[in-house]
Design a protein around this ligand. Structure first.
Ligand SMILES: [Zn+2]
Length: 307
């Protein structure tokens, strides 16, 4: 379960195995949170809380954030955070768009990636994902795929369009068998961003996908989904939940409140620090809801004892 240094040069950015962590969640009925990072403070906040809650954690690296931070800076920051932590900390490429970006991440020490071929027709999605899985698995890197279309809340789909965007269980079975992915993100009606109304998750499809595939499932767009729906999703096979928007809002609200309240503040630590605290509070609530912390009394994951 340790992050094997398969490159042999000490540049692995994760400590812990993506696949093992998700499989453990699936067996023991909890989900691991993926929280996207944007800078040093975000990484510190997420990893510190994970340690305090004794929970494995996944740091999400979107292509936009990689561009913003720089792939080398992001890898270095995540590696330091993972090494300092006593819990599994995994840096994961979020919505990788191409074979090339996956290869770049692997060269920089990533040990798990998502390849999102969901905008392609099924056959092309399978071909792209299989190519990524073959290359990644050959160096011990795990892969998440996506099926159906997980859009943004701004998409405002009609009923027919929503139906068409949802995962088809028979396709999920084929996709997992043909690609060999370690985890699958099936579109079940969640979306990225802030929801306007209450999201309607297609639990019947989730159950069918679980029964037909057997792999750990991933729920994207975790911000704003009611707690009871999150728990139901976990019962139906979701063992990774992605949260991003909620942390963005918590951080920005905290910083904005300080800047509005005090027009004279100029020391960035005076507002970045409270922003970091706000992320910690938001992440702690999610970890407790998802049941991934040993301090919660639910998790079956054994604490890491060696790096
Ligand atoms: Zn997503």
């Amino acid at each position: 379960m340790m992050g094997q240094d398969h490159r042999g040069d000490g540049t692995i950015v994760s400590v812990g195995s993506f696949k093992d962590v998700l499989q453990d969640g699936l067996r023991n009925n909890y989900a691991v949170g993926q929280f996207n990072i944007n800078n040093l403070e975000w990484t510190q906040a997420i990893v510190e809380v994970a340690g305090e809650e004794d929970s494995p954690v996944i740091l999400g690296a979107s292509e936009g954030a990689i561009k913003y931070m720089g792939m080398d800076y992001m890898a270095a920051i995540a590696r330091v955070a993972a090494e300092k932590s006593k819990v599994p900390v995994i840096l994961h490429l979020d919505h990788g768009s191409s074979f090339d970006v996956v290869m770049k991440c692997i060269r920089h020490g990533w040990t798990s990636v998502m390849i999102d071929g969901s905008h392609h027709p099924l056959e092309e999605n399978i071909a792209l994902t299989r190519r990524v899985v073959e290359a990644a698995h050959s160096v011990g890197v795990h892969v998440e795929g996506e099926l159906g279309r997980i859009g943004g809340v701004e998409d405002d789909l009609s009923v027919d369009a929503r139906e068409a965007s949802l995962v088809r269980p028979e396709e999920a079975e084929l996709f997992v068998r043909e690609t060999g992915v370690d985890a699958l993100a099936p579109a079940i009606g969640s979306a990225h961003g802030h929801y306007e109304g209450k999201p309607e998750l297609a639990f019947d499809r989730l159950r069918q996908v679980r029964d037909r595939t057997g792999v750990p499932l991933v729920l994207h767009g975790g911000t704003g989904i009611p707690d009871e729906d999150i728990l139901q999703a976990i019962r139906l096979g979701v063992s990774k939940i992605n949260v991003n928007t909620e942390n963005q809002s918590a951080f920005t609200d905290a910083v904005r409140a300080i800047l509005l309240h005090d027009a004279k503040v100029y020391d960035p630590r005076k507002y970045l620090g409270p922003g970091r605290e706000a992320i910690k509070n938001a992440v702690r609530a999610k970890i407790r809801l998802f049941g991934s912390g040993a301090n919660n009394g639910q998790r079956g994951f054994a604490p890491r004892t060696t790096v």
